[in-house]
Design a protein around this ligand. Structure first.
Ligand SMILES: Nc1ncnc2c1ncn2[C@@H]1O[C@H](COP(=O)(O)OP(=O)(O)OP(=O)(O)O)[C@@H](O)[C@H]1O
Ligand SMILES: [Mg+2]
Length: 533
C-alpha cells in the first residue's frame, strides 16, 4: 500500500511528489501517455451502475458520471466559502432522492449545524413532492424524517436514549457531559463536571427527561430525593446522590442549577429535548426513517452553543449506532461544517477516525464537508480523514490545503516547466479557482479539474416562491416528525404533575413570540452572572 499520507502531508520534496505520481500511475494501470488518456481512464472507472452526472471536465467538457458504488464510499469535500460545495452536494442528493422515492436507492442522514443546507434540502424535497404523481406523492412524507426546532414546532427527541445498546449508559453520560462542556462558553469545575455526569446517569437510569422543576426539587428536597433514588437501579448513582449533602459543595449544586435553568429558559430547546421519553413512543413518530434531515442551526432566539452541542451529540450518537444497521442498503451520512463537530474534541476526532475505518462494512458512506481541515485540526486527524476518504472534491483553497492535492495532479508530458514552477502555478490556480470549479481526486487516479453542473433553483423549476415551498414542506412532510409547542408543553406538564407533584407544577404554555423575548435573556444573564462555583 502506498504511504499516501507521507506524500500528502507536509512533504514537499520533489522525489515524494514523483513517487506519488509513479504510485498513482501504478494504481491506475498502465502509465498514462497523456493527461487526456489518464482522465478518460478515470472517468471510465468512476462511472458504473446507477451513475449520476456529478460534474464536467473543465478541459473538454466531458461528463463526469459517478456510479453508486464509487459514490457510496467515504468522501471529503473542501474549499472556500461560496465555492459550490453545498450546491454540488445538493445536486447528488436531489438525484438520489428521486430514486429513493421509488423505494430503491440509498438512505441518507444529513446533519446541518447551520441550517443553510437544511433549508435548501427542504426546497428540493418540496419541489420533488410537487412534481410527483398522485401515486408516489403519499410515500414521500413516510420517507423523510425531520429533526428541527422552530419557534412553533419541534421534533421531540430523547437525547439520552441508549435503548439501542450501541453505547453503555456510562459512556453516553461521559460523552454527553464532555460535549456539553466543550460547546459551552462557561467554566466547569471538576466537581461540577462530575455532577453533570452523574446527573446524566441518573436520567438514563430512570428514563426521565431533563426537566428543571424535577432537577430543582430533587436537589432541594431530601425526602423527595430519597424517594426518587429508591427507583434508581444503578447502586453508584444511588450512593452518589444519597450522600451528596456531605460530598458535593453547595456552590457546586447552585452552579449546576444555574446552568440547567439557563438551558431550560429557551423554549425551542426545552420542548425539543424534554418531552418525556415514555411519550415519544406513544407519539408514533417515524421509525427507521430512510432519509433524515437534521437541522441544529439556531436563530437569534437562542445561543449558537446550544445548536452546536445538539449537533455534536446527535452526530456522535448516530456514528456510534450506524454500525448496527443492515448494510444491504447504502446509507450516506452527510456532515456539513465538519470543523464544528471536531474542533477541540479529541474524543470526537477519535470516534470519527474509527467510523471512517469501520462503517464501510455497515454500508455507510461518510460525506465530510468543510471549508478546510488545516490548520484547524491536528495532523493525525487530517491524515485519518485523507487516508480514509476515497474521493476528494477540492474547490478553491489556500496553499496549505492545495499542497495536499498537488502530488495527485499529473504532469502533462508537453509541460516542460520545472517542478517548483508547476507547483507554484498550481497553488496560485487553487487560490483563484472560479465558483463551481474544483479538483476531483478519486484514489488511484489523477486529480482532474472539473466544474459542477448548474443547478436550477427549486423556486425556478416549480415557479413557486421560497415561502410557498417551505410551507409545503412543513405542512406535507415535516408535520409527521414534529409537534407543536402546545402539544409538547402538555406532555411535559402531565409528566410534571405525576412525577414532580402538584405543588411544583409551573404549567404555562410559552407562546411563540416568547422565544425571542428580551426578558428571557435578561433573566438568563442575571442568573448566569450570579458567580462561579
Ligand atoms: N452548481 C451550481 N449551480 C448554480 N449555482 C451555484 C452552483 N454552485 C454554486 N452556486 C452559487 O454559489 C453560491 C454558493 O454556493 P454554495 O452554497 O454551494 O457554496 P459553499 O461552498 O457550500 O459555501 P459555504 O462554505 O459558505 O457553505 C450559491 O448560493 C449559488 O448561488
Ligand atoms: Mg455550504
Amino acid at each position: 500500500m502506498v504511504n499516501l499520507v507521507d506524500i500528502f502531508l507536509g512533504n514537499q520534496e520533489p522525489q515524494n511528489a514523483k513517487r506519488a505520481i509513479a504510485d498513482l500511475k501504478a494504481q491506475g494501470g498502465a502509465a498514462p501517455e497523456s493527461l487526456r488518456a489518464a482522465h478518460k481512464r478515470a472517468l471510465k472507472d468512476l462511472d458504473g451502475p446507477d451513475s449520476i452526472l456529478a460534474a464536467y471536465l473543465a478541459d473538454g467538457g466531458d461528463e463526469v458520471r459517478i456510479g453508486l458504488g464509487n459514490e457510496s464510499r467515504h468522501t471529503y469535500t473542501g474549499g472556500i466559502t461560496g465555492g459550490g460545495k453545498t450546491r454540488s452536494l445538493l445536486n447528488t442528493l436531489q438525484r438520489r432522492f428521486r430514486t429513493a422515492i421509488t423505494g430503491a436507492g440509498i438512505d441518507a442522514e444529513i446533519l446541518d449545524p447551520k441550517g443553510e443546507t437544511y433549508i435548501e434540502m427542504k426546497l428540493c424535497i418540496a419541489a420533488e413532492w410537487l412534481a410527483a404523481d398522485e401515486e408516489t406523492r403519499p410515500s414521500i412524507p413516510a420517507l423523510v424524517y425531520v429533526i428541527d426546532w422552530t419557534d412553533r414546532k419541534i421534533t421531540p427527541v430523547d437525547p439520552l436514549d441508549t435503548s439501542d445498546d450501541a453505547i453503555s449508559p456510562a459512556y453516553a453520560a461521559e460523552l454527553h457531559t464532555r460535549i456539553t462542556i466543550q460547546t459551552s462558553d462557561q467554566t466547569y469545575t471538576e466537581s461540577l463536571r462530575q455532577l453533570l455526569f452523574m446527573w446524566d446517569l441518573l436520567l438514563i437510569d430512570l428514563g426521565y427527561p431533563d426537566l428543571y422543576p424535577f432537577t430543582q426539587k430533587l436537589f432541594k428536597n431530601a425526602t423527595y430525593r430519597s424517594s426518587v433514588l429508591q427507583r434508581v437501579k444503578n447502586a453508584d448513582v444511588r450512593l452518589y446522590f444519597s450522600s451528596m449533602e456531605h460530598t458535593v459543595a453547595r456552590s457546586t449544586v447552585d452552579a449546576f442549577l444555574r446552568r440547567k435553568w439557563g438551558l431550560y429558559l429557551f423554549p425551542e430547546y426545552r420542548y425539543a429535548t424534554c418531552v418525556p421519553p415514555r411519550d415519544l413512543v406513544r407519539l408514533g413518530l417515524p421509525k427507521n426513517p430512510r432519509w433524515t434531515l437534521a437541522n441544529f442551526g439556531t436563530t437569534n432566539a437562542q445561543p449558537a452553543s446550544l445548536g452546536h452541542a445538539r449537533f455534536r451529540w446527535h452526530a456522535v450518537r448516530r456514528l456510534l449506532s450506524v454500525m448496527r444497521r443492515d448494510p444491504r442498503r447504502p446509507l450516506w451520512f452527510v456532515l456539513e461544517e465538519l470543523l464544528l463537530l471536531l474542533e477541540g474534541s479529541p474524543e470526537i476526532e477519535e470516534i470519527l477516525g474509527t467510523s471512517l475505518r469501520v462503517t464501510r462494512s455497515a454500508g455507510v458512506s461518510l460525506k465530510l464537508i468543510s471549508q478546510k481541515l488545516i490548520p484547524d485540526l491536528p495532523r493525525r486527524v487530517v491524515e485519518n480523514i485523507l487516508l480514509n476518504t476515497h474521493i476528494w472534491s477540492i474547490f478553491g483553497t489556500r496553499p496549505d490545503e492545495a499542497e495536499l492535492l498537488y502530488p495527485n495532479v499529473l504532469r502533462d508530458p508537453a509541460d516542460h516547466r520545472s517542478e517548483g514552477e508547476r507547483k507554484r502555478a498550481f497553488l496560485a490556480e487553487m487560490q483563484s479557482l472560479p465558483r463551481q470549479h474544483f479538483y476531483l481526486f478519486a484514489k488511484g487516479h489523477p486529480a482532474m479539474r472539473c466544474r459542477t453542473p448548474n443547478i436550477v433553483h427549486p423556486t425556478v423549476t416549480t415557479g413557486r416562491s421560497q415561502e410557498e415551498l417551505l410551507e409545503i414542506f412543513d405542512r406535507e412532510i415535516a408535520s409527521s416528525s414534529m409537534i407543536t409547542f402546545d402539544h409538547a408543553a402538555r406532555l411535559i406538564g402531565e409528566w410534571e404533575r405525576e412525577v414532580v407533584g402538584q405543588d411544583q407544577i409551573v404549567e404555562r404554555v410559552a407562546r411563540p413570540q416568547e422565544s425571542a423575548a428580551p426578558n428571557n435573556l435578561d433573566q438568563l444573564r442575571k442568573i448566569l452572572g450570579g458567580g462561579k462555583p
